[in-house]
Design a protein around this ligand. Structure first.
Ligand code: NI
Length: 139
């Protein structure tokens, strides 16, 4: 494991109290682990902003498969991006609604473009892109 570096930081008391209350509610057992996670999240955000290298995203969409041609349109779209799409999981939520999680790898621009296309497809009821990382920037 990498060496641990300890450092002092000056933070207003009220800010620390509010932070501690929030991380306790989230289940963190100590402040360090919460700060490490926030730092990692900040680095992943930077990875997406830089546009350099490969990132990973998951696109979650919910749609009604009874909407005419929608399933075909979504499948054709995904075939068009087969180089970047790692996998797709489909769940039949009920008689009408389907949920799909599409895992996409590429530059942040590519991943966002694929997510935008899927989410904006007519008939998709809800969609969300979660921007994460291949892990390379978080050694
Ligand atoms: Ni389905």
């Amino acid at each position: 494991m990498d060496k641990v570096l300890r450092f002092g930081v000056s933070i207003p008391k009220e800010l620390v109290r509010a932070f501690d209350a929030r991380i306790r509610g989230k289940g963190y057992s100590n402040r360090s682990e919460a700060i490490r996670d926030i730092m990692r999240d900040y680095l992943v955000e930077g990875e997406w902003e830089s546009g350099q290298g490969e990132v990973v995203g998951t696109v979650t969409i919910v749609y009604d498969h009874h909407v005419r041609e929608l399933s075909n349109v979504l499948t054709n779209l995904q075939h068009g991006f087969h180089d970047a799409i790692l996998c797709t999981t489909h769940v039949h939520l009920d008689e009408h609604n389907c949920l799909e999680v599409v895992v996409v790898k590429g530059t942040s621009e590519q991943v966002r473009a694929i997510a935008d296309r899927l989410i904006s497809t007519r008939g998709v009821k809800h969609g969300k892109l979660v921007c994460t990382t291949s892990g390379e920037c978080l050694r």
